[in-house]
Design a protein around this ligand. Structure first.
Ligand SMILES: *[C@@H]1O[C@H](CO)[C@@H](O)[C@H](O)[C@H]1NC(C)=O
Length: 377
């Protein structure tokens, strides 16, 4: 079994079940186990966050079997500051949620709309899970009371726009698998420092990302996979460490496409229609650790990999590469490579492998790190 790994700071990631990890080259949405959010995982993360930072001194011990507190909404389970109301067939957010609630789980209900006062008074709420409902409308003022909110999970709904007036405390937003076509200028205004935005599987075209959509936002992780992008978007947020654009219809990487993103550690461009990577277009990615270009239509190993000092993992399988040059991956002469590769995948390309010189892989940690061969994906 073949799987590469790079030790990276995986912001907003959570351990996946081992079966998902063991699948080679599977790129799964973090914590996206089907359409469910793992609430126990969230509680653990919340506790960790609190230990790290704004601890309020009180440690809650999840205990689902305690009698319900008097203020718990009908049918929900309330424990300490966690209110779980998933899978109840609810059409609206219940009105009697305790004010001290830190985590509110409303996933897998029938909610179609978030009304203006649905979250009134919930100024302590840290995590809100609305995944897998039928929400198409969020009142523009509905999120304003949520002054402490860090994590907002809206995936698998019917939103057509990013909810308005996101709380400035937000660090993680998931709006994966909705109907969003357009991200308006200023959609994230008021937000400064975020870890993660997951907005894949929305019908977003390049023209749908309005100029200024991300103005003022600093962000580490952005995923717009399985959308309708035909090129690498311009003016994405500042400070990106991870950018995942796999499963789009991107045709080429052109000069200037990546100049703004020189802080990237990981770049995911697999499962696109890339035929052409303009020479020098990867030049600015001097910090890159991991590059995914599998399942495209590339004819050559992209220029510039040998100059990336920290590059450790390159996925190039299932392309149309027929030739690998001895200097495609490793620097010549006095060029410096600070970390050796621990994964290069080249299988399912029309390469005559016996023509590839062994010295091509002189800066690879060991022979197991190269996936050659003729296996199909
Ligand atoms: C693969 O590359 C060859 C040239 O090396 C070209 O003739 C052929 O059309 C390419 N195939 C595809 C599917 O792009």
């Amino acid at each position: 079994m073949f799987s590469f790994s790079v030790a990276l700071l995986l912001l907003c990631a959570t351990p996946l079940p081992t079966t998902a990890v063991a699948l080679p080259f599977a790129q799964k949405g973090f914590m996206d186990l089907g359409k469910r959010i793992d609430v126990e995982g969230l509680m653990m993360m919340m506790m960790n966050d609190e230990e790290d930072g704004s601890a309020d001194g009180e440690h809650y011990k999840p205990d689902y079997f305690k009698p319900e507190q008097p203020t718990c909404p009908f049918g929900c389970q309330c424990n300490q500051k966690v209110v779980q109301c998933s899978d109840l067939g609810l059409f609206y957010v219940p009105h009697d949620i305790p004010r001290e609630t830190r985590l509110l789980d409303l996933q897998s209900n029938q909610i179609t709309e978030i009304r203006e006062d649905d979250f009134k008074g919930l100024s302590n709420l840290y995590t809100l899970v609305l995944v897998n409902n039928k929400i198409s409308r969020v009142h523009p003022r509905a999120l304003m009371p949520l002054k402490m909110m860090h994590k907002l999970y809206f995936s698998h709904n019917q939103l057509t726009a990013v909810p308005r007036n996101l709380p400035s405390s937000l660090v993680e937003l998931r709006i994966h698998d909705n109907h969003i076509k357009r991200v308006a200028a200023g959609a994230f205004s008021g937000l400064r420092n975020m870890n993660c935005i997951e907005m894949g599987r929305n019908p977003i075209q390049n023209s749908g990302l309005e100029p200024g959509a991300f103005d003022g936002l600093k962000l580490s992780f952005l995923r717009i996979s399985e959308a309708k992008l035909t090129g690498i978007p311009k003016d994405l947020p500042e400070g990106l460490h991870e950018l995942h654009l796999d499963g789009n219809q991107i045709q080429a990487i052109e000069q200037g496409d990546l100049n703004q993103y020189d802080g990237l550690y990981r770049l995911g461009l697999g499962y696109n229609q890339i035929r052409h990577i303009e020479h020098g277009s990867l030049y600015y990615l001097q910090n890159l650790r991991e590059l995914h270009l599998e399942n495209n239509r590339i004819n050559n190993v992209p220029g510039g990999l040998a100059g990336m000092k920290y590059l450790q993992v390159v996925y190039l399988h299932s392309n149309n590469i027929s030739h690998v040059d001895v200097n495609d991956f490793c620097p010549e002469g006095f060029g410096v490579k600070k970390t050796y590769y621990n994964g290069i995948s080249l299988f399912d390309n029309p390469i005559n492998y016996w023509e590839v010189e062994p010295a091509t892989f002189r800066c690879v940690s060991n022979g197991m790190a190269i996936q050659f061969g003729n296996h199909k994906k």
